[in-house]
Write a protein that binds this ligand. Structure first.
Ligand SMILES: Cc1cc2nc3c(=O)[nH]c(=O)nc-3n(C[C@H](O)[C@H](O)[C@H](O)COP(=O)(O)OP(=O)(O)OC[C@H]3O[C@@H](n4cnc5c(N)ncnc54)[C@H](O)[C@@H]3O)c2cc1C
Length: 602
């Protein structure tokens, strides 16, 4: 059972993913016998580690690259019930997700999950079409709100409203007047997906979990027909031999890499019980000035839906949905993906967007369950927990919004296997680090700004990213005022945030900071290249990098951006992937192809 945190250490200090903490946690991996070892630091794995740690189990979380480096930093960033599931009458999925939306926005992470208004445009047409259209969508959205209010714990979102054409254009003047007859405005939750994952992992660490990134699992330890641990390679020390980590239960939460983990057991003829395929979703980021509007849009496309979502000083537009069997660590967006998204959004805009408007592009891979017997489309929307071998649980599927449900499910199974030694999940009652006292901190933000000699805008920016942990960044700035200066090339971020990412948020490389702790890589037209040198200096000061290491980190980052830019001019997936592969991964991970193509270990 659990390793109890030393009561003289604050929960915040215990949840600092610092360079010293990494060394200590690596030592624990080598020496301890854990109750639960979780593979994969995406939202599912980090959520599972938190669930297990909060039940008092001893837990380790190992992630091959960076926290949220896989799908969990590349989503549409919505915490939503899924209007589409409602349309398909998947009521239990809607109910489950709306419950999670309420919990996240009111209790678990109110500092990170906020309401975002979204318009459903009602298309122009004859009177009968208009009446039917409004009645159809109106009933659906009313049911969505009712579900959240009646059946879920705390709606956490304002109610929907019907708008006339003028009302819709007042909220979104860039909508083409001849295309719409009106709109319905509803609310869903919005989250910085990568930051929530870091927050989950840190909260798990604050409860005693060992959290180690750049730690790739290369195989399972087996005794007889039971998994008793894993073999790990520390990618920050490539010359050192792999080492063994022992655990009573191993949980694989490896998203689109799930089949690779199952493959590691192929020599004993184990059938995994599920298969996961990857579907690529691309998003474009354009500046807020490219469209005039105060709400997002949800548009129907020939195959699915398209979101246009306000994101600070930007809009996020996405997504596509196509099969992907190429490099999974660095899925590439092609020119075809980009022009598809522009074509779709331009159907309703009075000034068409062009490639010249694009600031950033990112692509992610949906982990879709396909089941061994292929009874798929239903499976693909839900999650599954399977036990391919004694001692090993595999959890996959679902969506970001419902990570907590997946985590509780898999840890329930683990606890049963451990002989029922732990209580039921309590993560629905557990605010993440930074959530406690958030409402009061937000209310007092002007005072806080005055006391610290910074603007209210700076305090708001920090509160919305760190919650009540903001005090620690303000203390860093008080100790070294140069950390209070805006970052070159990305003035909405402070230098302190880069240093803090390295000192407390487990960032080990420049890419971790520019892509995930901040979102500079897709929020600036230069994609972070103009911030790279200063950010490397700031990280270097925190992590002890000499000039050579700093230069290498910058070089890697610039090469990555150049390769991504090139891939986005390529006509299709194959050529885009080849161009993207031109830049090596900073952690030295080579090609990472899916199942039926060239097979290379992650
Ligand atoms: C385009 C797109 C848009 C989406 N939009 C939304 C949305 O708006 N709302 C929503 O609710 N959901 C959304 N989703 C779904 C959601 O993002 C995913 O379901 C979720 O992020 C999956 O998380 P995961 O932790 O299971 O996988 P991942 O985040 O991919 O995590 C798996 C981790 O395992 C690690 N790993 C793999 N192999 C190993 C190994 N051998 N050793 C150690 N570590 C390993 C990987 O490095 C990776 O970090 C979207 C998905 C996509 C693709």
């Amino acid at each position: 059972m659990g390793r109890v945190r030393d009561p003289s250490v604050s929960r915040y200090a215990a949840g600092r993913l610092s360079p010293i903490r990494r060394v200590a946690d690596l030592r624990r991996l080598r020496n301890e016998h854990f109750d639960v070892l979780v593979i994969g630091g995406g939202v599912t794995g980090s959520g599972a580690a938190l669930d297990a740690a909060s039940r008092g189990l001893s837990v380790a979380l190992v992630e091959a690259r960076d926290l949220a480096a896989g799908t969990s930093s590349r989503s549409s960033k919505l915490i939503h019930g899924g209007l589409r599931y409602l349309e398909q009458l998947e009521l239990h999925l809607v109910h489950e997700a709306l419950t999670e939306r309420g919990l996240l926005s009111t209790r678990i992470a109110p500092h990170l999950v906020r309401p975002v208004p979204i318009l459903v445009p009602l298309l122009a047409g004859g009177p009968a079409f208009r009446t039917w259209h409004r009645a159809y969508y109106g009933a659906g959205i009313a049911a969505y709100d009712a579900f959240a209010g009646m059946f879920s714990s705390g709606r956490g979102m304002p109610l929907h409203r019907h708008l006339t054409r003028d009302g819709a254009r007042h909220l979104f003047p860039s909508l083409r007047a001849d295309k719409i007859a009106g709109a319905i405005r509803y609310y869903d939750g919005q989250v910085d997906d990568a930051r929530l994952v870091v927050n989950l992992a840190r909260t798990a660490a604050s409860l005693g979990a060992a959290v180690v990134t750049s730690a790739r699992v290369t195989g399972f330890l087996r005794e007889a027909r039971e998994v008793v641990g894993v073999r790990v390679r520390d990618l920050e020390a490539p010359d050192q031999p792999e080492f063994e980590v022992r655990a009573r239960i191993v949980v694989a939460a490896t998203g689109v890499w799930s089949d690779d983990l199952s493959q590691m057991l192929s020599d004993v003829g184990v059938r995994p019980g599920l298969r996961v395929r990857a579907s690529k979703g691309v998003h474009l980021v354009v500046p807020r000035s490219a469209m005039t509007g105060e709400a997002g849009l949800i548009l129907r496309t020939p195959t699915s839906v398209l979101f246009v979502i306000p994101w600070g000083g930007h809009w996020i537009i996405g997504t596509t949905d196509t099969d992907w069997r190429l490099d999974r660590s660095h899925p590439a967006a092609s020119a075809r993906d980009i022009s598809y998204l522009l074509d779709q959004v331009n159907t309703v805009l009075d000034r068409p967007l062009t490639t010249g408007d694009i600031e950033g592009v990112y692509a992610g891979l949906r982990p879709l369950l396909s089941g061994e017997a292929d009874s798929t489309s239903k499976l693909s929307r839900e999650h599954a927990v399977v036990e391919p071998m004694l001692g090993l649980l595999l959890v996959a599927g679902g969506k970001y919004t419902t990570y907590r449900v997946m985590a509780a499910d898999v840890i329930d199974r683990a606890v049963r296997r451990l002989g029922g030694i732990a209580p039921p999940s309590r993560t629905d009652q557990l605010p993440l680090l930074g959530a406690d006292g958030y409402a009061a901190a937000w209310r007092d933000r002007q005072d806080t700004a005055r006391r610290h000699g910074v603007t209210a805008g700076v305090v708001e920016h920090l509160l919305e990213r760190y919650g009540t942990l903001t005090v620690h960044l303000l203390a860093m700035i008080a100790a070294d005022p140069t950390l209070g200066t805006p970052l070159s090339g990305a003035p909405e971020y402070l230098s302190a945030e880069v240093a803090y990412a390295a000192l407390a948020e487990g960032a080990l490389h420049l890419d971790d900071v520019l892509t995930r702790r901040t979102r500079i890589s897709f929020e600036t037209p230069h994609r972070g290249t103009e911030s790279a040198r200063l950010a490397a200096e700031l990280m270097g000061a925190a992590l002890g990098w000499d000039a050579n290491v700093q230069a290498r980190e910058v070089e890697h980052y610039l090469a990555r951006v150049a390769a991504e830019r090139e891939s986005q001019t390529m006509p299709d997936d194959l050529t885009a992937d080849a161009a993207r592969m031109g830049a090596p991964d900073v952690r030295g991970i080579a090609a990472d192809r899916g199942g039926d193509l060239l097979k290379v270990d992650l």
